[in-house]
Design a protein around this ligand. Structure first.
Ligand code: MG
Length: 252
């Protein structure tokens, strides 16, 4: 099932997407809901980010090949940082280069969308708290990241958290292809089989630190091949059984 949020006739709606048709949901995908008979064509809907996270928890250096290309190595626990909710943009929207920032990189990542409140969850029960998975681009001002030595400023600019287009409930988080296309050319091509810290571990450990709320997102990290965008570029995160998240890089 592919869940979407969208605007139709000036109202924010939720629905289930199949092919180019959306069945409108009555209720809330994060609570109780019923999939109604009323349908909207995808052409008539403007897709929004599929959830409204209170926080986006990101994992750094979760693929060994990315550690090698960054020449930065994780210890025995993942590097965890947070992107603000104000950085979120939807499928089709523009990533805006901040004034004075000379290098902005893409990072294709599979992201977990939390379905119900999770705190201190027990080992092996993460899936009970996960609604589904979405595509995420962990956009990064790379030079600022290196200059600052910590990552908040580099990762938090407005528009630096594209996500969507759907939340898919039909993803095997242990074996899913993750790709990034820049102007149609494959730049990143990997699989979540290579995640050092898997989805179960991440949800369990992060829920020991902070309460995860419905709609919160955990972005699992990027494989090797990340690189810079130029103004006018089209950037696509393509994840098996989720879809393609397309955004455009523009000047500020
Ligand atoms: Mg990342």
């Amino acid at each position: 099932m592919k869940l979407v949020r969208f605007i139709y006739e000036n109202k924010v709606c939720q629905g289930v997407l199949s092919h180019d048709k959306i069945n409108i949901i009555e209720g809330d995908m994060f609570g109780t809901y019923h999939v109604g008979d009323k349908t909207v064509s995808l052409d008539e809907a403007r897709l929004l980010a599929p959830c409204q996270p209170s926080k986006i928890v990101c994992i750094g250096l979760n693929y060994y090949d990315h550690q090698l290309e960054m020449n930065e190595f994780a210890d025995d626990f993942p590097k965890i940082f947070i992107k603000p909710s104000t950085a979120v943009i939807a499928h089709g929207e523009n990533i805006i280069r901040p004034q004075g920032v000379d290098r902005v990189d893409f990072e294709a990542e599979m992201a977990i969308v939390i379905g119900k409140t999770a705190k201190n969850i027990k080992k092996g029960t993460a899936k009970d708290y996960i609604l589904g998975y979405t595509c995420m681009n962990d956009v990064t001002a790379r030079n600022i990241q290196k200059q600052d030595g910590q990552w908040t400023r580099a990762k938090s600019f407005d528009t630096f958290a594209p996500m969507g287009p759907v939340i898919s409930t039909d993803v095997d988080p242990y074996s899913t292809k993750v790709e990034l296309l820049l102007n149609g050319k494959v730049m990143q091509n990997s699989t979540t089989e290579k995640l050092i810290w898997n989805v179960d571990f991440l949800v369990e450990e992060i829920s020991k630190i902070m309460t995860l709320l419905p709609g919160d997102v955990i972005s699992t990290g990027t494989p090797s091949g990340c690189g810079a965008m130029e103004i006018g570029d089209k950037v696509e995160v393509v994840i098996e059984n989720i879809g393609t998240l397309t955004n455009y890089f523009t000047g500020g």
